[in-house]
Design a protein around this ligand. Structure first.
Ligand code: ATP
Ligand code: MG
Length: 267
């Protein structure tokens, strides 16, 4: 399971939009995806999925009054959504990670409040990676770089609302990055409760989300293979495996990696 937080320095750059569109894209690629609202000030992720009423929230799950499985709302795209209340929870957020591990999710995307305050510090402590969402104007970019220095996790940048493929005069980051173009009538999709990439799978934005999702799936599979190879190598160094057996296992793992990154779409 990869737990990934969408972060930003400034507000309104597109974190929630990124979580919704990347979430449905990963799900259409056959990944098991949960999106969790951890914006404890303005929780609005559910609107992107057309969810206007709900029985339970992240807060109930953390308090232990309801199981995670019962609280998750299933969206037709295959994404599971967990809304939250507008207050920093008083229970440890790590309970969420434990519950999600039992559900065997491949990716868990967390939406957050801008900056790394308001509960975000604890939240980052349980994440594997952060998606730094930014726009390409100089002021937002400078603020994003400030956050990047403080996160302490592997980073991937999402340069959102790009106009005409322009980088607005800023140099691309050193970490992996994806650029998402601006699309027309964003408010209409929000009111409709359908992520844009789901409505326009052939569009430029959907293609960029697909590239980003593909990179994330491949990196996750590579990490999994590397971890199990390291385990095998530990055994070999203890004399438990022959070199020949190790090379057979390595080939098997490489094939699995290839399979996983080319898994057919679910729909
Ligand atoms: N690529 C895009 N093209 C067009 N409109 C977009 C794009 N990305 C985001 N928007 C619009 O920009 C606005 C802000 O986006 P969003 O709510 O995702 O930002 P945010 O970073 O989550 O904001 P906050 O910090 O308040 O949580 C929304 O109205 C959204 O529809
Ligand atoms: Mg938001």
């Amino acid at each position: 399971m990869r737990m990934v937080a969408a972060l930003s320095g400034k507000g309104g750059v597109g974190k929630t939009t990124t979580v919704a569109n990347l979430g449905v894209t990963l799900s259409l690629m056959g990944q098991r995806v949960a999106v969790v609202d951890c914006n404890f000030v303005n929780p609005d992720l559910r609107f992107h999925f057309g969810v206007y009423a709900f029985d339970a929230t992240l807060h109930d799950v953390l308090a232990g009054t309801i199981s995670l499985e019962t609280a998750l709302i299933q969206h037709p795209s295959g994404v599971s959504l967990l809304p939250c209340l507008a207050s920093v929870p008083e229970w440890p957020l790590t309970r969420l990670r434990e519950g999600l591990r039992d559900l065997r999710a491949d990716f868990v995307l967390l939406d957050t409040y801008p900056g790394i305050e308001n509960g975000n510090g604890e939240l980052l402590g349980m994440c594997d990676e952060a998606l730094l969402v930014t726009n390409a104007d100089l002021v937002t970019w400078t603020d994003t770089k400030r956050i990047a220095r403080q996160v302490g996790l592997p980073l991937r940048w999402v340069i959102n609302r790009q106009k005409d493929g322009s980088m607005g005069g800023v140099a691309p980051p050193e970490a992996p990055w994806a650029a998402i173009p601006e699309w027309p009538e964003a408010e209409r999709y929000l009111l409709k409760g359908t992520p844009y990439a789901l409505e326009h799978p052939e569009g430029a934005a959907a293609q960029q989300y697909a590239r980003l999702a593909g990179d994330m799936v491949e990196a996750a599979a590579r990490g999994e293979v590397e971890r199990s190879l390291a385990r095998f190598e530990r055994y070999t160094s203890q004399g438990a495996f022959s070199t020949r057996l190790l090379s057979i296992l390595r080939r098997f793992k490489e094939e699995r990696l290839r399979e996983k990154s080319h898994r057919p779409a679910r729909v």
